[in-house]
Design a protein around this ligand. Structure first.
Ligand code: GAP
Length: 456
């Protein structure tokens, strides 16, 4: 590729991708399927297929590595989905975790009142048909469940509405068992459940989803400093994974948007076809959580500074994002249809960061009817498969096979051709620029590892 062509790749304006294109690709190539599809599906609930699970695992592992493994003052836990019901009274969710809804008396559509345009709220009019809206009603988002088997003696509780509550519940145990001192943080990745009244836009708003949280415990006098620190850290983290840097921004919450636990909040937002939408929330939770759990449980969750002997309830900076929303946004960011240089059909390519791409390499013998090529290719594939997710493909012509890999975001294809049999070199083709280099068979593994792993 010439320098001018390279520049064109870099500056080409890529239009925002319709969600339907991602839904279709996800189903066709095995990233995401509708849950219980043979029974008609359940709105807002999805399953992840073979490629989806690889992508999710990479996203999760990279987050864990950046947040827990490489920060000396952060530890990880894995709490349970079901907790004591009092947790949700203390957290304020039973009382405050509500959506205010209105229904249209004419077309029967239902809306979240805060999602309606200002004008419709004021005039109490349906944005779809202009019909009159009902009085606002409160719906709690917590999903109920029951512990126990004896009728009449079952304990009603909830599937957790936000994953982070376990961190407050385990905070004292972590502190005592790890000899950490403030400031320090606890991280967790885990499922959360919400009876969303308007689930939709594929993985964007689901009823069962996964969150990643950092809860960082600080002295009140250091709250502002750490709030800034984590806001910048998390913004840079997302910037590092996306192609379209101009589609990411930080936005401060207006006072009337704040969740019941937050004194201040910023959203890291990403722009898609849906407009600017929250990707992760950075919340100034202050002493809300530990104070409330101290009060409701009767356990003292205050901290005594080992040097100054000062006793206080730590304040908390929270960074809380969605694994599923990351999955969706990264696909929307990566998806591109570009004209085929040979003038045939468009090339669909997922320009996923090589660190998180579900398949790292495809090994392709140039021709299927040459046993020597197949044997060399299979040996290389077996060797690579031990250290990264690899695919072997000898069906169809080489151009088609490249296309199949581009569509799922595989950053490298290794082709075994006749020259390989002479000098033991192979072609490594890179997905984005479609450039090719020749590398000795012995060098393929280190060449790829350096490019597809974040900790190489
Ligand atoms: N503990 C704070 C908390 O739960 P949140 O803003 O409600 O804050 C944090 O959720 C993140 O979880 C969001 O930024 C989003 O990425 C993800 N999230 C929230 N609701 C979701 C849903 N219904 N479906 C998918 N992801 C969701």
């Amino acid at each position: 590729m010439t320098q001018t062509e390279e520049q064109e790749v870099a500056v080409r304006e890529v239009p925002l991708v319709p969600i339907e294109k991602i839904v279709s690709l996800c189903k066709r190539r095995g990233f995401v399927y509708p849950n219980s599809e043979i029974y008609g599906g359940v709105s807002g609930i999805y399953d992840f297929g073979p490629l989806g699970v690889e992508l999710r695992n990479n996203i999760r592992r990279y987050w864990w590595w950046s947040m827990v493994q490489t920060n000396d003052n952060i530890l990880g836990i894995e709490g349970n989905i079901i907790t004591h019901p009092r947790v949700w009274e203390a957290s304020g969710h039973v009382e405050n975790f509500v959506d205010i809804l209105v229904d249209c008396k004419q077309c029967k559509r239902r809306f979240r009142r805060d999602h309606l345009p200002e004008e419709n709220q004021q005039q109490n009019k349906c944005p779809e048909c202009g019909g009159e809206l009902t009085e606002p009603r409160r719906f709690n988002l917590m999903m109920e469940t029951y512990i126990g088997v004896v009728e009449g003696d079952k304990m009603k509780t909830y599937l957790r509405g936000e994953a982070c509550q376990n961190i407050y519940l385990d905070y004292d145990n972590v502190l005592k068992s790890s000899r950490m001192q403030i400031p320090f943080g606890i991280c967790q990745i885990g499922k959360a459940f919400r009876n969303e009244v308007t689930p939709g836009n594929f993985l964007f708003r689901q009823r069962e989803f996964e969150q990643w949280d950092l809860q960082f415990f600080v002295h009140p006098s250091e709250m502002a400093k750490w709030f800034e620190y984590w806001k910048e850290f998390r913004f840079a983290w997302y910037q590092g994974l996306i192609n379209h840097k101009d589609r990411l921004r930080l936005r401060a919450h207006a006072p009337d948007e704040l969740a019941h636990y937050a004194k201040q909040a910023f959203d890291i937002e990403y722009r898609t076809i849906l407009g600017w939408q929250e990707w992760e929330g950075i919340h100034w939770r202050q002493d809300w959580d530990l104070s409330r759990h101290s009060q409701y449980s009767g356990q003292d969750l205050s901290y005594t500074d080992p040097e100054t002997k000062e006793r206080y309830i730590p304040w908390i900076v929270e960074t809380s994002g969605g694994v599923d929303r990351t999955f969706l946004n990264l696909l929307l960011d990566a998806y591109e249809e570009e004209p085929d240089p040979s003038g045939k059909e468009a090339r669909t390519v997922l320009r996923l960061h090589p660190w998180i791409a579900p398949v790292k390499v495809a090994v392709l013998p140039l021709q299927k009817n040459k046993p020597e090529l197949l044997e060399t290719a299979k040996n290389l594939y077996k060797q690579l498969q031990r250290v990264m997710v690899a695919q072997y493909d000898d069906i169809a012509n080489i151009g088609r096979r490249y296309r199949r890999q581009d569509e799922i975001g595989t950053p490298f294809c290794v082709t075994i051709d006749f020259q390989t049999l002479d000098d033991q070199t192979v072609t490594i083709r890179e997905r984005d620029g479609m450039t090719q280099v020749r590398v000795h068979l012995n060098e393929v593994k280190p060449y790829l590892l350096e490019r597809v792993t974040w900790n190489a």
